[in-house]
Ligand binder design. Structure first.
Ligand code: NDP
Length: 488
C-alpha cells in the first residue's frame, strides 16, 4: 500500500511512501533491539556526541527541513524555523544534562540494614516507540525521541500520515550525522493508524504517544496486552484568565498569538478566555486590534497556514455553529471565516459553558471569550473541562492566587506557551490531556526505569535478619524492637 503526502495548501504531492506492514514494523523493532546494547554501551558521553552531531547536522541543513515542514504541514517558513530552533534547543539540553539527571543516587539503608549500601539507578527501557502528530511534526515527537535517546534507549518513530516526509528526513539526519552508529538506533516506520497500532504490538518496551484522547485510548488498550508502559500527551482546552489589573493590551497581544498561531493547531494553544467584567470591553477592543492583519495564507506575509488535516475544518465549523446557536456573539469573524483550506480568526463572546466550543478541543484559529464577575468564577469555569494541559494568567497582583487554583500541568504568567520553549521544564497533562512527562529532568526519568540496588558491605555474624541462621535471641527481641522503634 502507498501513502501519498500532499501539501495542504495546494494538494501537490510532497512524497510517496510504501506503507510498512506489521511484519516489517516488527523487524524494525527487532533491529532497534539489536542496536540497543551498542547504544547503551556508548554511555552518556558517547550519546552526547551523537546527539550533538545530529543537532549540528540539522542546523546546517535547516533550509531543507524548513522547506519540508512548510510543504507538508503548511505552516509559514518562519514558524517552521521557530519550531526547529526549539527542537534543537531540546536536543542540546537533553544531550548535556542526561548524565547528571540520570546519575546513580546513594540512598540511606536505614537502621535495620545499616550494614548495607543502597543506591538507585536509572536504566534505559530498551526500545521506545514514539507515535507523533502533524501539528508540530518535529518539535512534538522530538520531545520524546531526543529524551529517550539521551536516556539510552533506541527509538522507532511513527510520524503522522500527514507528515511522513518530515519524519523520515529527521530520522535520516541522525544516521547521516553519525555514520559510525549502527542502523537501528533511531528508525522510522511509515503508515496510517494501523502502522501505529502495529508499533504498539511489536515488542517495544515503552510507547510515547501524542495525539487525540480517543486514539490515546486505543494505543493504551493495545499496549495493555503486553503491559507496555505508555506516556500520553493528548489534547488541551487551555484557558487564559485576564484579571482586571492585567496589562490588557499585552494580554490581548499574547492571547491573539496563543490562539491563532499555527492555525490554532497547538495542544497548548489558547482556546478560551475568562475576563473580568469591568475590563471586558477594553480587552475585546485590544484583542480585535491585535487580530487586524492576522491572515492565513501560504505566502511570505501569512500569519499562519492552512489547516493541515482537512477533516479538522468540519470540527471547527461544528464548534463555531454550536457556540453561535447557543447565544454566543461573533466579535471577530464568524462562520464565513471558515474556508476550504484556510480559516480566518474567529472570536466568540459568551457562548454557553456547555457548548462544544468550550468543552471539546477545537484545534483551529478560534477563541471563546467569557465574561466573569470574579476571579473565583474564572478559575471555576476554566477548570470545569475534561482537559488539564496548560493555561495562562494575566494579572499584576493576583497571578499567584490564580496559579495556585488552576488545575493544569503547565501555566504561563503574563505570557502564553512560555513553558514549552524551556528545555529544563517538563510537559504533560492530566485527565483527557494524558499523563507522564516529556522534556526536562522529568522527561529523562520518564524514559528510564528505576532500579534499586542494595549491597551488603559486611555481614554481622548472628544478627543477619535475612538468614535462617540468625541468633535465636533475635526472634525474642523482634517484637520488642517494634515497640522500641515505632511504639512511641
Ligand atoms: P490521532 O490521535 O488520531 O493521531 C495521532 C497519531 O496516532 C498519528 O500518528 C496517527 O497516525 C496515529 N494513530 C492513529 N490511529 C492509531 C491507532 N489505532 N494506534 C496507534 N496509532 C494510531 O490524531 P489526528 O491526527 O487524527 O488528530 C485528531 C485530533 O487530535 C485533532 O483534531 C486534535 O484535536 C488532536 N491532536 C492533538 C495533538 C496534540 O498535540 N496533543 C496533536 C495532533 C492532534 P495517522 O496520522 O497515520 O492516522
Amino acid at each position: 500500500m502507498e501513502l501519498i503526502s500532499r501539501n495542504p495548501a495546494t494538494d501537490e504531492v510532497v512524497d510517496t511512501f510504501d506503507v510498512h506492514t506489521p511484519e516489517q514494523v516488527q523487524g524494525i523493532v527487532a533491529r532497534a533491539r539489536g542496536a540497543s546494547h551498542w547504544w547503551q554501551a556508548q554511555g552518556f558521553d558517547g550519546r552526547r556526541r551523537a546527539l550533538r552531531n545530529w543537532r549540528r547536522y540539522i542546523a546546517r541543513h535547516r533550509h531543507e527541513l524548513i522547506e519540508l515542514v512548510h510543504a507538508e504541514n503548511g505552516k509559514p517558513r518562519v514558524d517552521a524555523a521557530l519550531e526547529l530552533l526549539l527542537s534543537l534547543e531540546h536536543i542540546d539540553w537533553t544531550a548535556k544534562h542526561a548524565g547528571k539527571v540520570l546519575a546513580p543516587q546513594r540512598r540511606r539503608p536505614g537502621l535495620l540494614l545499616a550494614n548495607f549500601a543502597a543506591r538507585v539507578e536509572q536504566v534505559p527501557f530498551g526500545v521506545v516507540g514514539v507515535i507523533g502528530p502533524w501539528n508540530y511534526p518535529v518539535f512534538t515527537p522530538n520531545g520524546s525521541i531526543a529524551t529517550a535517546l539521551a536516556a539510552g534507549n533506541t527509538v522507532v518513530f511513527k510520524p503522522s500520515e500527514f507528515t511522513p516526509a518530515v519524519g523520515k528526513w529527521y530520522v535520516d539526519a541522525f544516521e547521516a550525522a553519525n555514520p559510525q552508529v549502527p542502523h537501528g538506533v533511531l528508525s522510522v516506520v511509515i503508515g496510517f493508524g494501523e502502522t501505529g497500532a502495529a508499533l504498539c504490538r511489536a515488542g517495544v518496551d515503552k510507547l510515547a504517544f501524542t495525539g487525540s484522547a480517543p486514539t490515546g485510548r486505543k494505543v493504551m488498550a493495545a499496549c495493555a496486552e503486553s503491559l507496555t508502559p505508555v506516556v500520553m500527551e493528548l489534547g488541551g482546552k487551555d484557558a487564559a484568565i485576564v484579571a482586571s489589573d492585567a496589562d490588557l493590551r499585552a494580554a490581548a497581544d499574547a492571547i491573539a498569538f496563543g490562539a491563532m498561531g499555527n492555525s490554532g493547531q497547538t495542544c497548548v494553544g489558547i482556546e478560551r478566555v475568562y475576563v473580568e467584567r469591568p475590563v471586558r470591553d477594553q480587552f475585546l477592543r485590544h484583542l480585535t486590534q491585535a487580530l487586524v492583519g492576522v491572515e492565513p495564507g501560504s505566502g511570505k506575509d501569512a500569519s499562519y497556514g492552512p489547516m493541515t488535516m482537512p477533516s479538522q475544518i468540519e470540527v471547527v465549523r461544528r464548534h463555531v455553529t454550536d457556540a453561535l446557536a447557543g447565544g454566543g456573539t461573533a466579535v471577530v469573524g464568524g462562520l464565513d471565516s471558515i474556508g476550504d483550506r484556510y480559516i480566518h480568526p474567529v472570536v466568540i463572546l459568551d457562548p454557553p459553558h456547555s457548548s462544544t466550543a468550550i468543552q471539546e478541543e477545537t484545534f483551529g484559529p478560534t477563541l471563546t471569550v467569557t465574561t466573569v464577575d470574579s476571579l473565583s468564577e474564572a478559575v471555576k469555569l476554566a477548570n470545569d473541562v475534561p482537559f488539564g494541559l496548560a493555561g495562562s494568567v494575566f494579572s499584576t497582583e493576583q497571578a499567584d492566587w490564580i496559579v495556585e487554583r488552576l488545575d493544569t500541568s503547565q501555566i504561563s504568567v503574563n505570557s502564553v506557551l512560555g513553558f514549552a520553549g524551556m528545555a529544563d521544564l517538563p510537559l504533560g497533562g492530566r485527565g483527557e490531556s494524558g499523563f507522564g512527562r516529556i522534556h526536562g529532568p522529568e522527561g529523562l526519568r520518564e524514559f528510564s526505569r528505576t532500579r534499586a540496588v542494595a549491597t551488603q558491605r559486611r555481614p554481622i555474624p548472628g544478627v543477619n535478619l535475612l538468614s535462617f541462621s540468625r541468633a535465636r535471641w533475635l526472634n525474642r527481641f523482634a517484637p520488642h524492637l517494634i515497640r522500641i522503634l515505632y511504639g512511641r
